[in-house]
Design a protein around this ligand. Structure first.
Ligand SMILES: [Zn+2]
Ligand SMILES: [Zn+2]
Length: 865
């Protein structure tokens, strides 16, 4: 134990946190491939390297670090890797901004290099925040998806799934962002409510309503409901498209709503998902009216080259001029938009690469995983259930994993590289073998690149050492922690890819965390100005306070509203804990106890049984990832049980110089040591600092999780009584304007059981305390009457005094059980039940005493005169 004069008066988080950060060694958190311990591999989310580790990340990582540290203490060989999901559009946009260029101003390779450099810089900045927050990252298992080492695995996974038929290319309608100029997956479509205009116009004699007149050039059919009598005559006919003049067939389909507009609708390629459905169903033509830049194509005739908005206006003007536009009305509409740039998506038919979605095998694997909280599984089920299209994985961008495929210039045959030649960029290299089909050596490399989710959805395969040969050695991982906002992307794609590549579920468990909302309850955003930056909290209150906020903010899985008060409360708890620490260390330093000291005093037994209860509850909560419950239970024990009750109760005994203090010292040591260990996963700096004073040279993070049980039912109930008695007597002193340490005379406690308190009660309340198990023999007398002035005044007004005199004249028996009426000025007057109460005084063995009742215990106090 360290000398108490070395203990600083106040806890200086900035000094302590920096000192331990510089002391801890990375190696202590490395996953040990040769270990005999059970493995606990975490499929950590690889954040996008924006340069700022945001508060949502911080919450997510707090959860991960809580259980990573807990599992290490529980004897697991833990892998807490750190990945970086680098590819994607935001970095491309940032590079363009920073360098004042567009991606077409430099070569693809030059542009990629600029993206890589920016990413490296951003990762370096984010690593610093991770370290400051004391996350016990396994830096030996860091991975960066843009490095050849990683993306060759992405390419290998692509080739494997291509070979097994999971991946195919095809011309198929896909969601397309014309601003980002790339296909996007359904999971990347967000929906916005907008107001649009519904236009009714004459379509070859039939009225049709449309919100997208600019798609007239892409009209391929008119659809009506088969039961709609109005259109029987059109069955099997064709109609002429206004303004464009091409003929389109009339088709009948149950999905047409006869009550909407005129009951006839036009089918275009493609206005929405329904159009795609009808197009397939009725085997219709394909007319592409919009190109990848969102401009009208040649089939739009004189409108060619216009963007869709200008084209819409021009067509409506022409309709008006021709007199075929009947009516226009406002319509509320949900529009699918690009999740990154909010541009309304178009559905374009393009040659793209797809991953087959097999809902049944994904559902099966999802059900083999334990979900925390359980209800998050429903979100996955719902998403899989509504899947209609396969996953479009090709993107028309640059900073991404290249699709390792060439096409023969002569015959079009596809060629792929040998696996040993990965990674490969087909735009820079040529295949090593001539075309299998025609022998040509002229090839064209695929310029499309892979969706970023193709990189990150093999994170679990990467960390479990997948190399394509059978199941990886550490697969499946034990847990996937992630936010609920990416269940339909990252969780979904990971399950899909694991099943496709290994045949099994990726993890045993998934832990889903909520989102962090601003102090105003809204999603944090620049425009609202409600963004909280972790670095801000770190500099004002330190990492441990921020981590406590993360644990206590809400139940796991719920969204958390950020609140500075929670951070302040966390820092206040540390101040309280520091005071407990100083007291405990000073007492323990005096020595005089060992592990074999018998524990006999009720207060000591009570502390240990309450500690045992606390450990059981905290361990259970940790197993179930209920961090709010765990930390709240620890805080209550430290604050209420230990500091406010136990220490106050045994202070007197600890100050004595005889052997009676040994039991209290052992109990205090046990509680303090346990607290350090239970706090270690939550507030690693603070716990380490306290523990280092208790056990110089040892780290709390290398200790096993606290394993202490103490079974003593009598101590629990009797100890609770003891604590209540002391607190009632203190309250009594306060009510009687006495100092808390004022001497009290003789106090007799009549309890149903005998108590060995080793004098603690007497010292705690400064009285001559006698515990007895017999029944108190008290004589009671009424000494005074307490009137309720407001009732008396209101009821009796000018007769108040007369009333009070009449009450005083009642017999003691009547005062205890008042009559219904009372005579005032000769009149029987109703007596309000709450007008007065008799005050009793008690005599015990001939002396006057005050009496307190604490549940089934009677306490008599014979005051010192
Ligand atoms: Zn976009
Ligand atoms: Zn060929």
């Amino acid at each position: 134990m360290v000398s108490s004069d070395q203990l600083p008066k106040n806890y200086d988080f900035a000094e302590v946190e920096e000192r331990w950060r510089n002391t801890w060694r990375d190696e202590d958190n490395f996953f040990d491939k040769n270990s005999k311990k059970p493995q606990f591999v975490i499929d950590t989310p690889p954040p996008y390297p924006t340069g700022n580790f945001h508060i949502g990340n911080a919450l997510n990582w707090c959860y991960i670090d809580f259980f990573a540290r807990y599992k290490r203490m529980k004897g697991f060989n833990v892998m807490f890797p750190q990945g970086w999901d680098c590819h994607g559009l935001p970095t491309e946009v940032k590079v363009e901004e920073l360098n004042h260029i567009t991606k077409n101003d430099v070569s693809r390779e030059e542009f990629r290099k600029m993206c890589r450099e920016l990413t490296e810089k951003n990762i370096a900045a984010m690593r610093i925040t991770l370290r400051k927050m004391a996350f016990s990252t396994d830096w030996s298992n860091e991975y960066i998806t843009m490095t050849p080492k990683y993306y060759s695995k992405t390419q290998l996974s692509f080739l494997r799934m291509l070979a097994s038929g999971y991946i195919y290319q095809s011309e198929h309608p896909v969601n397309y962002c014309t601003r980002c100029e790339t296909a996007i997956a359904f999971a990347e479509v967000s929906y916005d409510d907008r107001e649009t205009q519904l236009n009714y116009f004459d379509f070859d004699g039939v009225e049709i309503a449309t919100t997208r007149p600019e798609l007239l050039a892409a009209c391929v059919a008119v659809a009506v409901h088969p039961g709609d009598d109005r259109y029987h005559k059109l069955k099997g006919k064709s109609m002429k498209v206004p303004l464009f003049g091409h003929d389109v067939p009339v088709v009948q389909d149950e999905a047409v709503d006869p009550a909407f507009g005129s009951g006839a609708v036009m089918i275009c390629t493609f206005g929405d998902k329904q159009d795609v459905h009808w197009w397939k169903q009725h085997n219709l033509d394909l007319r592409k009216a919009i190109d990848r830049q969102g401009k009208m194509t040649a089939i739009a005739g004189k409108y060619e080259g216009l963007d869709t908005t200008a084209c819409r206006k021009a067509i409506l003007d022409d309709m008006k001029a021709k007199g075929i536009l009947h009516q226009q009305e406002k319509l509320a509409q949900r529009v699918g938009t690009c999740w990154r740039c909010k541009t309304p998506i178009e559905i374009l038919s393009e040659r793209q690469w797809f991953v087959k979605i097999k809902p049944d095998e994904i559902q099966k694997a999802a059900h083999q995983i334990t979900w925390y909280p359980e209800h998050m599984l429903r979100r996955m089920e719902n998403w899989v259930d509504q899947m209609e299209w396969d996953w479009c994985i090709s993107r028309q961008r640059i900073f991404a994993t290249p699709i390792p495929v060439w096409f023969c210039k002569k015959c079009g045959e596809m060629t792929v590289p040998d696996e040993k030649d990965l990674p490969c960029d087909p735009t820079l290299t040529k295949p090593k073998h001539p075309c299998k089909k025609c022998g040509s050596t002229e090839f064209e490399g695929e310029v499309d690149v892979l969706d970023t989710w193709m990189d990150s959805s093999i994170s679990v395969l990467n960390v479990t050492s997948w190399d394509g040969n059978g199941n990886p050695p550490y697969f499946p991982a034990q847990i996937r922690p992630q936010g609920h906002d990416i269940i339909r992307t990252w969780a979904f794609y990971t399950i899909l890819r694991s099943v496709a590549l290994t045949g099994s579920k990726p993890w045993d468990q998934i832990l889903v965390n909520g989102m962090v909302l601003g102090e105003d309850g809204f999603k944090m955003s620049k425009s609202r100005g409600n963004i909280i930056v972790p670095e801000d909290i770190l500099s004002k209150y330190g990492a441990d306070a921020l981590r406590q906020w993360g644990a206590m903010g809400a139940a796991t899985g719920s969204d958390i509203m950020f609140n500075w008060n929670d951070v302040v409360a966390a820092s206040r708890f540390q101040t309280k804990m520091w005071n407990i620490t100083k007291f405990a260390l000073i007492q323990l330093e005096k020595g005089g106890f060992d592990k074999n000291t018998p524990i006999t005093a009720l207060a000591d037994r009570w502390l240990l049984v309450r500690l045992s209860d606390t450990i059981e509850a905290v361990s259970k909560a940790m197993e179930e990832y209920q961090f709010d419950v765990a930390l709240k239970t620890i805080r209550e024990f430290a604050w209420d049980v230990l500091a406010d009750n136990y220490i106050e109760l045994v202070k007197g005994r600890l100050y004595q110089q005889d052997g009676s203090r040994a039991g209290a010292c052992l109990a205090l040591h046990t509680a303090f040591d346990s607290l350090c260990r239970m706090l270690a996963p939550f507030i690693p700096y603070f716990a380490e600092e306290c523990y280092s004073y208790l056990n110089p040279g040892q780290s709390v993070h290398k200790q096993p999780w606290v394993n202490f049980t103490y079974d003593d039912e009598a101590a629990r109930t009797e100890g609770n009584t003891l604590v209540q008695v002391v607190s009632e007597v203190r309250k009594y002193k306060h009510d009687n304007n006495m100092a808390l340490n004022a001497p009290l005379g003789k106090v007799t406690i009549y309890a149903p059981h005998s108590v060995n308190d080793e004098g603690d009660t007497g010292r705690a309340i400064n009285a001559d305390v006698h515990w007895r198990t017999d029944v108190a023999k008290l004589d009671r007398a009424i000494t005074d009457i307490e009137f309720n002035r407001s009732v008396v005044g209101k009821t009796f007004r000018k007769d108040a005094q007369t009333f009070m005199d009449a009450v005083k004249a009642l017999s003691p028996a009547e005062l205890e059980k008042p009559p219904k009426t009372i005579k005032i000025n000769g009149v029987e007057t109703p007596l309000p039940t709450d007008a007065f109460a008799p005050k009793f005084s008690y005599m015990e063995e001939g002396a006057k005493v005050d009496v307190l009742t604490v549940s089934d215990v009677i306490v008599t106090i014979a005051k010192k005169e």
